[in-house]
Design a protein around this ligand. Structure first.
Ligand code: KIV
Length: 296
């Protein structure tokens, strides 16, 4: 039975902290890598317990947790708060902190300093968007001893300013550019690369021809691993529903119904019930009333 087999596999997951070598080994051994976003202590606990390999403190937190319209406004202070929270709930998974827009674009030094902040907040690595244009920054961060996950294809922080969220590498020229970016990132020393909304054929080509794992999102099944925004797969975040998301639950409906019931129960006096209340002893009550009758 598939479900039972999955649970047994899960029970066998050891609790040793996953590091860069483990992730590289997974590609060599053709073991798929599971990655999910996490922004808080409780969901980190659950993802870690379920055996997710990498928890990405994604800048999607800006949209999902803070209600910004896209990933541009979220800042370092906010991302570090999410990172600390995730780190407190995680024992086994590798934690990757997503560098927000503006934290590494101005100059290399600032990029390194901000990457260090993520590590101090409990992350094990950082991710930043971009190919050849951010190579110097990635090199400097790796030289500071910090593992870097690349991110090419759709780059939500800047794609929205140019063309919106669209499929990438649809043409020969754009595919060649993406392949050059991937090779440059590998040469610089990244330990994995997110491929976002890349035509499946190109994602497959890249995955087969580079030595580090590719982590796909909307880039087909040939990538070495997959990442999704947790709130998308749980059906909590309903503002945008990309085609590449698989909904494993419809939690927004469940949560809404529970809140609605609570609201009505309070309004009509059905909550709290006797089982939710605390009481004084009969003796204390008697003494209290006597004291009140005697004017204290
Ligand atoms: O911020 C994010 O959630 C991401 C991924 C989905 C790749 O960057």
């Amino acid at each position: 039975m598939q479900g039972q087999e999955d649970i047994n596999n899960h029970a066998m997951i050891n609790t040793k902290k996953i590091n860069v070598n483990d992730i590289l080994l997974m590609k060599q051994e053709k073991r798929k890598i599971s990655v999910l976003t996490a922004y808080d202590y409780h969901t980190a606990l659950l993802c870690d317990k379920a055996g997710v390999d990498i928890l990405l403190v994604g800048d999607s937190a800006g949209m999902v947790m803070l209600g910004y319209p896209n990933t541009i406004p979220v800042n370092m202070e906010e991302m570090l708060l999410f990172s600390r929270s995730v780190s407190r709930g995680t024992k086994r998974a590798m934690i990757v902190g997503d560098m927000p827009f503006g934290s590494y674009q101005s100059n290399v030094q600032e990029g390194v300093e901000n990457a260090i902040h993520f590590i101090k907040a409990g992350c094990d690595a950082v991710k930043l968007e971009g190919g050849i244009e951010v190579i110097d920054t990635i090199k400097a961060i790796i030289n500071a001893g910090i593992p870097v996950m690349g991110h090419i294809g759709l780059k939500p922080q800047t794609s929205i300013l140019w063309s919106g969220y669209r499929l990438q590498a649809k043409t020969k020229d754009s595919a060649l550019k993406l392949i050059s970016d991937a090779k440059a990132l590998v040469q610089t020393g990244v330990f994995s690369i997110v491929l976002e909304m890349v035509a499946s054929e190109v994602a497959e080509l890249i995955s087969k021809n580079i030595s580090v794992p590719t982590i796909g999102i909307g880039s087909g099944s040939s990538c070495d691993g997959q990442v999704l925004v947790l709130h998308d797969l749980l059906g909590i975040y309903e503002d945008i529903k990309p085609k590449f998301v698989k909904r494993y639950a419809e939690l927004a409906k469940l949560i809404f119904e529970a809140i609605l019931q609570y609201n009505n129960d309070v309004r009509y006096g059905r909550f709290p019930e006797e089982q939710n209340a605390f009481h004084m002893s009969q003796d204390e009550i008697k003494e209290l009333y006597t004291a009140l009758e005697n004017g204290f």
